[in-house]
Design a protein around this ligand. Sequence first.
Ligand code: SAM
Ligand code: SF4
Length: 334
Amino acid sequence: MTAPLIDPFARAITYLRVSVTDRCDFRCVYCMSEHMQFLPKADLLTLEELDRLCSAFVEMGVEKLRITGGEPLVRRGIMTFFRAMSRHLASGALKELTLTTNGSQLAKHAAELADCGVRRVNVSLDTLDADKFARITRWGRLPQVLDGIAAATAAGLTVKINVVALKGVNEDELFGLTRWCADEGHDLTFIEVMPMGDLGEEDRLDQYWPLSDLRARLAERYTLTDLADRTGGPARYVRLAETGQRIGFITPLTHNFCESCNRVRLTCTGELYMCLGQEDRADLRAPLRASPEDAPLRSAIRAAITRKPKGHDFDYSRQTVHGQMSRHMSHTGG
Ligand code: SAM
Ligand code: SF4
């Protein structure tokens, strides 16, 4: 174990999110354009390189690893990677290995993920209406995702549902989704749309439904109590007295959560983003490929962490999109 990673604002970096592919079997309207240009496969880190990089972070104090994408479960051989990472759980260096998925391939992989030590999985699901689901995801089918969620539950995984709040799209399902999650025993988190990537015909401000408004509507039916819980992520939580369930809100736009940020993001090409909402990044693929020794890689990681900024600049408050990022969420890993 080497010295822990501490950034210039005294935040310990203990959480690494890794995008293992920019590809996906869906084309969600807020995430991708219909005709996405994907990276050439040769630019991607191999599974062995991903292993070396993640292992270096674990040696430097990262305790939580979230695998994301794109859709992580469409990357060929990805279960080999999960199996490899499980050795860090076994050694005790890693406390949590988890993933964020659209659920389409979960039915196939849930049991093996559980066997690799995964305990929780975040599944993105914005609607329970099959037609609407097809419209939002363009290529997805709702029954496949519901089967995936059922398989995950059957394998003993705790499922958290992530819902992107979309104005005029799933506003009418606020209570339906809440009720369904309560009945199925899933935690639920709402996310505000972030200005990531050019979507062609889609307009950000058209999609933006502030969670302050969503929360007020929830309070019309339920009694909300603020919770002090922090799960090492940006979500704030409330408890609904009537159902007992916990609901999270990720509000990058109405609430700035940067002060407690403990995370960095690695792309599938080996770029390290020290902040989701800033363009600065460090290339880790070059030091990784330059030497079979990890020393140059470790110094590149340390140098990158010294550049971690205080926070992001997303802001819709002037009715324009400020702080827009040119890259897509699927590139940095949501
Ligand atoms: N494909 C997986 C999935 O959908 O869960 C993992 C990657 S996806 C980029 C991760 C999360 O980012 C999803 O919950 C998705 O809804 C969310 N997301 C994508 N684009 C977003 C945006 N522009 N604003 C807010 N959330 C977004
Ligand atoms: Fe794919 Fe996830 Fe983006 Fe939807 S949100 S297009 S499932 S990466």
